[in-house]
Design a protein around this ligand. Structure first.
Ligand SMILES: [Zn+2]
Ligand SMILES: [Zn+2]
Length: 371
């Protein structure tokens, strides 16, 4: 993969303006509508989109990946850019084609889901996940050759993995390099294949991997474990393992970025008089002060009781408690009398006792100044 600064042709400390200018200049040359190369234009646009975004740029400078350490968070927040970044920085099933399209024996990346509760996502820590991947064969150590034997150099290509063909054309002689058909690019021939893996050098195994989950992961966050994906062919470089976190819905908290929301049922009188309560949060019980005169829908914010920020530093989002004022139902005679008395004291009109129609006529009489 080429350096993003190199693609744009700017210095590493170039400012926003210089990056924008460089992009405009190169884009004019490379735009497919102007006969430019589409791949090169895509590459240029990706480089620009990353370097103009302060967060992506700082991630790229620090980790070599705009998505942060281990490609974490799946380019979250970069919108449409994520597809481009994935294409550029390697998504899944990258097959054996890497480094400029040359055939290689590199293993594929693997993806596995890790289900978590919201509490587990907030706490982080080691989690185990089962997956089935290709691993180097124990019997032959990944070489594909039976124990005691060695792969030998491929006769067709002499170990180069590629063959050159000379062809005559109207332009004169043309030299074409293709993958060696005998060894499929490995440069090796296995005279006596390992019987366990039939010369593949790999076997599919189911294993348990322990992944260290950083506190604050969201649903769909991807954690990258370098070299823990599929083993390569004939001892080729293994792919990476992506563990995608699947955070289950919580029955009380809903998540919005790093903030959490929940509802709090308040009997009418508590809402009116105010009350000190204890609320169960992700971090244990927390005191909540409901102010006198709290209205339905009012929000009480508990600082730092939300999800930890993935960027670390121990900071957290907030918890927003949405108050739901409950109107009392099924009043008994004494309670009803009390509320009527209360309304009287407040100068609020209460319907008369008993039959609702009489209440209505009562109000009408008042309105027309009658008795
Ligand atoms: Zn083997
Ligand atoms: Zn060969």
């Amino acid at each position: 993969m080429r350096d993003l600064y190199e693609i744009l042709g700017v210095a590493r400390d170039a400012d926003e303006e210089a990056i924008k200018r460089a992009y405009r200049r190169r884009a004019r040359e490379l735009h497919p509508d102007a006969g430019g190369d589409e791949e090169a234009f895509k590459e240029l646009t990706t480089a620009y989109e990353v370097l103009r975004n302060p967060e992506a740029r700082s991630n790229y400078d620090r980790y070599g990946d705009p998505r942060g350490p281990g490609g974490m968070g799946g380019a979250g927040g970069f919108g449409d850019l994520s597809d481009l970044i994935d294409a550029f920085f390697g998504g899944f099933g990258g097959a054996g084609v890497r480094s400029g399209g040359r055939q290689s024996n590199a293993g594929r990346d693997a993806l596995v889901d890790l289900p978590l509760t919201l509490e587990e996502a907030a706490e982080g820590g080691p989690h185990e996940v089962d997956l089935t991947v290709a691993r180097a064969c124990d019997t032959c150590g990944g070489s594909g050759a039976a124990p005691g034997t060695q792969p030998v150099r491929c006769d067709t290509c002499g170990g180069a993995g590629a063959v050159q063909q000379v062809r005559s054309s109207v332009f004169g002689q043309m030299l074409t390099t293709t993958t060696c058909p005998t060894c499929r690019g490995t440069g090796q021939r296995i005279p006596q294949p390992c019987t366990t893996c039939h010369g593949e050098g790999r076997r599919r195994v189911t294993e348990t991997v322990t992944v260290d989950v950083p506190p604050g992961v969201d649903d769909g966050t991807r954690l990258r474990l370098l070299g823990r994906g599929e083993a390569g062919r004939n001892g080729g470089t293994p792919g990476d393992l992506y563990v995608r976190t699947r955070v289950r819905r919580h029955d009380r908290f809903t998540r919005e970025g790093n903030d959490l929301h929940c509802e709090l049922d308040l009997p009418m009188v508590q809402a009116a008089l105010g009350v000190e309560l204890v609320l169960d949060t992700l971090y244990g019980e927390q005191p909540v002060r409901v102010a006198p005169g709290t209205q339905n829908g009012q929000v009480i914010t508990l600082k730092r009781m939300g999800m930890p920020r993935l960027s670390g530093g121990g900071s957290r989002g907030n918890l927003h408690v949405h108050c739901r004022v409950l109107t009392p139902e099924d009043l008994d005679a004494e309670q009803e009398a009390l509320l009527r008395r209360f309304a009287e004291l407040r100068g609020e009109q209460a319907p008369e006792l008993g039959d609702g129609h009489r209440g209505l006529f009562g109000r009408l009489r008042e309105a027309f100044g009658g008795a």
